[in-house]
Design a protein around this ligand. Structure first.
Ligand code: NAP
Length: 486
C-alpha cells in the first residue's frame, strides 16, 4: 500500500527527506494508495526495466539508490529513496545490483529483517565465486528470506514483456511463503514461474544465462563436420581430379556447383540422423522387451537434439533450393547452352526428344519440391508457438509420419538424380563413388529399418511395449498374461 507522508512513522518521515521526485510529472501524479508496493534496489538497466514492468502491472514501485537525488531515466510514478528508507517501504525487495557490491546490504540488516530479497544477479563466467550469489546474499543478510529468480530474463526481455519464447521465470529459495510471494509477482507480470526447489539450486539458475546454445552444439558440430568432409571429398573428386587427369581448371565450380552438392548431401544425412535415434530406440525396446529401462546416455542426448538436427537440415535444404534456382542465370550455364545451340546449327543437326529423360527430370524435380514443402511444414510445426497449438497426436503425426514421408521423398529425389548412373563405371573417379551415392546410405538404412518396424507383427509388439507390456512379465505374474491389445 502507498503511504502518505503524514501516515509514516517518525523514522520513515526522517528518511523521507532522502526521497526525490525526479520530475514535476512524477510529483504531480502520485500512485493511487491501493497499489501494492515493491522495492527495487539499483537503478541500472535491470532495475529500471523491472520497475517499469512492475508499474505497468499495477504495483507501486520504490527504488533504493545510493544517489536518489541524481538518479535519472526512471519511470514516472516511481519513487526513489535511499536504501534504508526504500527497504522499509515494501516487503518484497528486488536486488538489481551486481554481486560485487552486495556488501552495502550488511549495514541494512535491521531494515531487511523478515523481508523477501529477490536475487537477480548473474555472473560473467561459470564457477566465478565459491558459492552461488543467492547463497552469498543469504549469508550477508541472514534475517531476510532470499529467493533467486528473474535472472534468466534480460533487461530487454523484461521491458518488452513476456512472449511465447520468453515466458518462463525460474525461482528457488528456502521459504515457501517467500517463493509464493515472488511467484505471485511473476504471474502478475505475465510470466509463468517454475519452482526449482531450495536455494542450493541457485547455482544452476545462475549458470542458465551463461549457456551458449547448449542444445545446438552437437547438431552444429555434426553439420560443420559433414560440410567439411563432403566439401573436401567433392573438391578432390570433381576439381582436383579434372585438373590432374585432363589439365582442366574448373575451380570456379567451387562457388556454386560444389556448394549445391554439399548442401543437399548434408541436409539428407542430417534429416536421416533426425529419425535414426527413434528407430534405434524402438529396436532397443523390442530387444529388451520393455520400455521401463533407461536408454543409454548417448541415445538420450541424440534424441534430445532431433529438433535442432531437423532445423539445420531444413536450412541446408533451403540453401540447395536457392542454389538450384540461380542455375539458369549462371554465366557457365548460359555459355554452355549457347555454345551447344550454335554447334547444332553449324552442324545442321537436331536432337530427338527423349520422353524417358523428360519423365526422369520432371519426377526428380517434383519429388524435390514435395519433399521441400513437407520439410518446411516440419520446420514450422517445430516452432513453439505452432507446436503449442497442436495436440500431441497432431504433433506426432506431423513430426513422425510426415517426417518419414519427407525422408522418403528426399531419398527418392536423390535416387532419381543418380538414375542409371549408379551402374556406369566412369563416375567412380579414382574408384570413389559420387557424394550423392554416399549420402544415400544412411537414409536408405533408416527407411528400411522403419519399414521393418511398421510391419504388422513388429508394430503390434512395439505398441504393446509402449502401452506398458513387458516380455517375461507373464511368467513372473500370471495375472499380467492378458494381452494389452486383444
Ligand atoms: P547496472 O546497469 O550496472 O546497474 C547496477 C546498479 O547497481 C547501478 O545502477 C547502481 O544503482 C547500483 N550500484 C552500483 N554500484 C553499487 C554499489 N557499490 N553499491 C550499491 N549499489 C550499487 O547493472 P544491471 O545490468 O542493471 O544488472 C543489475 C543486476 O541484475 C546484476 O546483478 C545483473 O547480473 C542482473 N541481471 C542483469 C540483466 C540485464 O539484462 N542487465 C539480466 C539479468 C540479470 P544506483 O546508482 O541507483 O545505486
Amino acid at each position: 500500500m502507498w503511504m502518505c507522508f503524514f501516515c509514516m512513522t517518525g523514522q520513515e518521515r526522517s528518511e523521507k527527506s532522502e526521497c526525490v521526485s525526479l520530475s514535476p510529472m512524477r510529483e504531480a501524479v502520485p500512485a493511487p494508495p491501493e497499489y501494492e508496493r515493491v522495492c527495487v534496489f539499483g537503478t541500472g538497466d535491470m532495475g529500471r526495466s523491472l520497475g517499469l514492468r512492475l508499474l505497468q502491472a499495477g504495483y507501486g514501485v520504490v527504488f533504493g539508490s545510493r544517489r536518489p537525488q541524481s538518479s535519472s531515466l526512471l519511470p514516472h510514478r516511481a519513487q526513489v529513496l535511499g536504501h534504508a528508507a526504500a527497504a522499509q517501504s515494501a516487503h518484497l525487495i528486488f536486488i538489481a545490483v551486481q554481486r560485487e557490491h552486495y556488501d552495502f546490504l550488511v549495514p541494512l540488516a535491521n531494515q531487511l529483517k523478515g523481508k523477501v530479497l529477490v536475487d537477480l544477479s548473474n555472473n560473467l563466467r561459470k564457477n566465478q565465486y565459491p558459492e552461488a550469489n543467492a547463497e552469498y546474499l543469504q549469508s550477508l543478510v541472514p534475517g531476510a528470506e532470499v529467493v533467486k529468480g528473474f535472472n534468466t530474463l534480460s533487461a530487454w526481455a523484461l521491458q518488452n514483456g513476456p512472449s511465447d519464447a520468453n515466458r518462463q521465470v525460474y525461482i528457488c529459495g528456502e521459504s515457501a511463503e517467500a517463493k509464493q510471494a515472488v511467484m505471485a509477482v511473476a504471474t502478475k507480470l505475465g510470466f509463468s514461474a517454475l519452482d526449482r526447489g531450495s536455494l542450493s539450486a541457485a547455482w544452476e539458475l545462475e549458470d542458465f544465462p551463461l549457456q551458449l546454445f547448449p542444445q545446438w552444439r552437437l547438431p552444429l558440430r555434426i553439420a560443420i563436420g559433414l560440410c567439411a568432409a563432403f566439401f573436401f571429398y567433392l573438391l578432390i573428386r570433381d576439381i582436383i581430379y579434372s585438373y590432374i587427369t585432363q589439365g582442366k581448371d574448373i575451380s570456379f565450380r567451387i562457388m556454386v556447383s560444389l556448394a549445391n552438392k554439399v548442401c543437399p548431401i548434408v541436409s539428407l544425412i542430417m534429416l536421416s540422423l533426425c529419425y535414426l535415434p527413434g528407430v534405434l530406440a524402438s529396436f532397443l525396446q523390442l530387444y529388451r522387451g520393455t520400455k521401463y529401462r533407461r536408454f543409454p546416455d548417448w541415445l538420450d542426448r541424440w534424441m534430445l537434439c532431433r529438433k535442432q538436427l531437423g532445423l539445420l537440415a531444413l536450412g541446408f535444404a533451403f540453401l540447395h533450393v536457392l542454389y538450384t534456382l540461380i542455375i539458369p542465370i549462371r554465366y557457365y550455364v548460359r555459355f554452355k547452352s549457347t555454345e551447344r545451340t550454335v554447334s547444332l546449327i553449324r552442324e545442321n543437326r537436331t536432337t530427338e526428344f527423349d520422353t524417358t529423360m523428360a519423365w526422369r527430370g520432371d519426377s526428380y524435380l517434383s519429388l524435390g519440391i514435395l519433399g521441400f514443402g513437407l520439410y518446411v511444414l516440419l520446420g514450422i510445426t517445430s516452432l513453439p508457438s505452432v507446436s503449442n497449438a497442436l495436440s500431441w497426436r497432431e504433433f506426432s503425426f506431423v513430426q513422425s509420419k510426415l517426417g518419414h514421408l519427407t525422408l522418403l521423398l528426399c531419398t527418392a529425389h536423390t535416387y532419381l538424380y543418380g538414375w542409371n548412373r549408379f551402374l556406369s563405371s566412369s563416375i567412380y573417379k579414382w574408384y570413389t563413388p559420387p557424394g550423392y551415392m554416399l549420402c544415400l546410405v544412411l537414409p536408405s538404412v533408416v527407411l528400411l529399418l522403419k519399414l521393418l518396424l511398421i510391419t504388422p507383427c513388429v508394430d503390434r509388439t512395439i505398441t504393446r511395449i509402449r502401452q506398458g507390456w513387458e516380455r517375461g512379465a507373464d511368467q513372473r505374474n500370471p495375472k499380467d498374461s492378458q494381452p494389452l491389445i486383444p
